[in-house]
Design a protein around this ligand. Structure first.
Ligand SMILES: C[S@@+](CC[C@H](N)C(=O)[O-])C[C@H]1O[C@@H](n2cnc3c(N)ncnc32)[C@H](O)[C@@H]1O
Length: 401
């Protein structure tokens, strides 16, 4: 039933759709002719997303010029990011959603629809022949109208996936229930919950999610994807700690354990994924004068479910998620991991016995990849370990492979 996933980053048909939309909006024939307009829209959006997270952010989705900028520059990133947590639950956790035929996704704060669409495609790649239904909910009727238009135009590429669009405030849970009177296999908030949880304490958010989880199927999962900023990531870590205390949900990712978050304890670094990718040409073109670093996708995420994931093959420091870059020091590589024992550990690997091929292998490991060690020698304190032989290291989850 399951087919190997092949992360495709960002499909050409979506890039072409957005280029045509942008050219039509600015009444020009090519992307080159509208670069200054797009650059100023992207700059405005970037400022809103990173600096002024207050009222204006709620209004960008009513502004066609800003939505065009979003479509060319942010939509591809949202689309590609979503592939990583979804492929983790499919490939690493071997999630089996439900015995029913149709797979149902509820995309809350769907905006122009990048994440819901990307998740649907990943599920379609994995569960071939099962129909997929996506309910997209957003307060912006303009965003939903555009995403409906896109999905109609691209119906040949989106075969077997049906979309329903609902203009609604997703915090009004009762209203939401009447719109989407359904049980879902996957509920997604992608870069949308921060606009709400900013003003709420963790307990309230938790209770709200608990209420929402009544709409999750027994094997259903709730996936929150957030910007990798310290503030937004730590908010997610606090929510995650609350979840692990209450024991009403199971944590499916990113953590390999349900102990307290070791990073939040220290408050020095925060948990984030950093993944390299190939941005579409149109995004690179717009970026020429913006000089933003677009070769990496950064984000934080949390996936929870009412049922527990399958047990991991190892729950010690020998299995860990990489939570730092791999850094090359004099004569060795250093890596920090959040391990299945719930602790942060540091691992070193001496370079002297490594050939170029093995060095490349280590240098290609990215934050968020999951590693298993056959053996490691504990040095000094119990949180530092030496990998003495490269053969003892196995990358057991790299979403790109
Ligand atoms: C940054 S966009 C993310 C869009 C989308 N998830 C994606 O994949 O591109 C945030 C979206 O959340 C929506 N949103 C924020 N608060 C909302 C609420 N209370 N109810 C419904 N939509 C909301 C906004 O209208 C906006 O479209």
């Amino acid at each position: 039933m399951a087919k190997k996933l092949n992360l495709e980053n960002y499909p050409d048909y979506l890039e072409s759709w957005w280029i045509e939309k942008a050219c039509n909006y600015f009444k020009k024939d090519s992307l080159e002719q509208i670069l200054p307009q797009l650059q100023s829209a992207v700059q405005e959006l970037s400022d809103l997303f990173t600096l002024g997270r207050t009222d204006p952010i709620r209004n960008y989705s009513k502004n066609e010029r800003l939505l065009v900028g979003y479509g060319i520059f942010f939509f591809p990133q949202m689309y590609a990011r979503t592939q990583f947590p979804i492929s983790e639950i499919l490939k690493f956790r071997q999630w089996n959603p439900t015995s029913n035929d149709t797979l149902k996704i509820l995309d809350l704060g769907s905006g122009l629809g990048a994440s819901g669409q990307s998740a649907a495609i990943e599920l379609r790649n994995n569960f071939v022949n099962r129909p997929i239904l996506v309910h997209s909910v957003d307060q912006s009727s303009l965003s939903l109208q555009w995403s409906e238009e896109m999905r109609f135009d691209l119906r040949n590429q989106l075969k077997n996936i049906t979309f329903q669009h609902h203009v609604a405030d997703y915090t009004r849970y009762k209203k939401l229930q009447s719109i989407a009177d359904n049980i879902f296999d996957l509920i997604i908030f992608s870069y949308s919950i921060n606009e709400v949880i900013e003003f709420e304490d963790t307990e309230n958010i938790y209770n709200w999610l608990l209420d929402l989880s009544k709409q999750l199927s027994p094997n259903g999962l709730l996936c929150i994807i957030e910007p990798a900023l310290c503030l937004t990531s730590e908010r997610l870590e606090k929510l995650r700690n609350h979840i692990s205390e209450k024991k009403e949900f199971f944590i499916w990712g990113p953590c390999l354990h349900s102990e307290k978050c070791p990073l939040l304890n220290e408050q020095k670094f925060w948990c984030q994924e950093v993944k390299s990718w190939n941005p579409p040409k149109s995004m690179e073109l717009v970026n020429r004068k913006l000089w933003r670093s677009i070769r990496e996708l950064k984000f934080s995420f949390l996936i929870i479910g009412k049922n527990s994931p399958k047990q991991l093959p190892n729950n010690t420091e020998k299995m860990f998620r990489l939570i730092s870059p791999v850094s090359k020091m004099k004569g060795k590589y250093l890596m920090t991991g959040c391990a299945a024992d719930g602790q942060k550990h540091v691992y070193d690997l001496q370079t002297r016995h490594l050939d170029r091929r093995n060095k490349n292998l280590i240098e290609e490991i990215e934050r968020g990849d999951i590693i298993k060690l056959k053996k490691a020698k504990t040095l000094g304190d119990k949180y530092t370990h030496r990998i003495e032989n490269i053969e003892d290291l196995e990358i057991i989850f790299d979403p790109k492979k």
